[in-house]
Ligand binder design. Structure first.
Ligand SMILES: Nc1ncnc2c1ncn2[C@@H]1O[C@H](COP(=O)(O)OP(=O)(O)OP(=O)(O)O)[C@@H](O)[C@H]1O
Ligand SMILES: [Mg+2]
Length: 359
């Protein structure tokens, strides 16, 4: 079992941020996802937890013990990287066995663990092959087996599925979650794929430019994003943003272009008029051919067929693009003029200057 506590972690690389003032608590047995765009500090954070990199300031505490100055091998942590690290001259089985070399386990237990791990990851036929005879995805599965077989306290994975084809990715994603739940090993999983984050995580830590933007359950970050960044990063297709204005007074009203509606107690009394950024999910936009008073005009930019539904991409008069989910049968030639609107209840509001949610 392992609880992880990061306290005020900072690490700079010359002028670039690395990570700054990172505070994070990871519960025992939790699967925490580190999510964020390229360069936001996910791998740096993981390397600092593993002990592969020392923070410039701050502490790494595992189970109440300060491990900041302990080397990786004294932390009982296993890590899987973006590209599989395997000994090229050893077979899959020998690579996996290397992990148990100093474990002190008996022959039978070792054989049992290797075969159990091989079954879980479906790598039986790969065990006697050399890494150079395996595909990228197969190498990654052997590397994952190598980490799992040790039954570490903490399991750190840095985009282990990134190199795999879509089908294998889906399979391995659920296998990893199932395994993590059965072993109840604390897991920190790095990805920049928000679908992976939403489907796998007990909680998601959204990072941006070296800082923690929001940490919460998938429901929290999807339905109650703290910032515009989180609102725009989580969800596929992403949220749509419309500039608008809250007209203050006893019962505040919201204006968005030609649309206007009551906020029905959604916000406390707003003294004056306030500029806001309105965020609406693609499934909450209504698109129609005929407008009326209080709808927004847009033209069709593209239509993407996803099978069970389609995504219509519309260009607004200010050239911004918005996405709406429509029925799969909808036909909409590029350039067609359409009208759209949404219910005020489905909108979230953000301060356009600070990017913070207004609740
Ligand atoms: N060893 C290093 N030397 C110099 N700069 C580094 C080093 N490692 C990371 N950085 C910088 O620190 C920042 C964070 O890097 P990090 O690798 O943690 O990002 P990441 O979120 O893992 O990105 P990706 O999704 O591309 O893997 C980046 O700006 C990166 O260029
Ligand atoms: Mg990385």
């Amino acid at each position: 079992m392992a609880r992880i506590n990061l306290q005020g972690i900072s690490k700079k690389f010359g002028a670039s941020a690395g990570v700054e003032w990172l505070d994070m608590q990871i519960a025992d047995g939790e699967l925490l996802i580190l999510l964020g765009p390229s360069g936001c500090g996910k791998s740096t954070t993981l390397n600092i937890i593993a002990g592969l990199m020392a923070p410039a300031s701050g502490k790494v505490i595992i189970n109440d013990e300060d491990v900041t100055d302990l080397p990786p091998h004294q932390r009982n942590i296993a890590m899987v990287f973006q590209s599989a690290l395997l000994y090229p001259h050893l077979t899959g089985r020998q690579n996996i066995l290397m992990s148990l070399k100093r474990s002190g386990l008996g022959r039978e237990e070792i054989a049992r663990r290797v075969s159990e791990t091989a079954t879980i990851l479906d790598i039986g036929p790969l065990l006697d092959k050399l890494p150079s005879h395996l595909s990228g995805g197969e190498r990654q599965r052997v590397a994952t087996a190598k980490a799992i077989v040790r039954q570490p306290d903490v399991f750190l994975l840095d985009e282990p599925l990134a190199a795999l084809d879509a089908a294998l990715r889906l399979t391995l994603r659920s296998e990893l979650v199932n395994l993590q739940k059965r072993l109840r090993t604390t897991m920190v999983f790095v990805t920049h794929d928000q679908t992976e984050a939403m489907t796998m995580g007990d909680r998601i830590a959204v990072m941006r430019a070296g800082r923690l933007e929001q940490i919460g359950t998938p429901d929290d970050v999807y339905n109650r994003p703290d910032t515009l960044f989180v609102a725009g990063f989580v969800g596929s297709p992403p949220m749509n943003f419309f500039p608008g204005e809250i007209i203050g007074g006893e019962s505040p009203r919201l204006r968005c272009g030609a649309m206007e509606g009551e906020l029905k107690g959604r916000l406390a009394t707003v003294p004056g008029n306030t500029q806001v950024m309105i965020a609406v999910r693609p499934q909450h936009l209504r698109v129609r051919e005929e407008g009326g008073p209080g709808t927004l005009s847009a033209t069709v930019f593209a239509l993407e067929h996803l099978g069970k539904e389609s995504v219509i991409i519309l260009e607004m008069p200010d050239r911004t693009k918005v996405r709406a989910i429509v029925d799969p049968g909808v036909r909409a030639p590029v350039g067609t003029a359409l009208q759209l609107d949404f219910d005020m209840e489905d909108a979230l509001f953000f301060d356009p200057t600070t990017g913070h949610a207004i609740r």
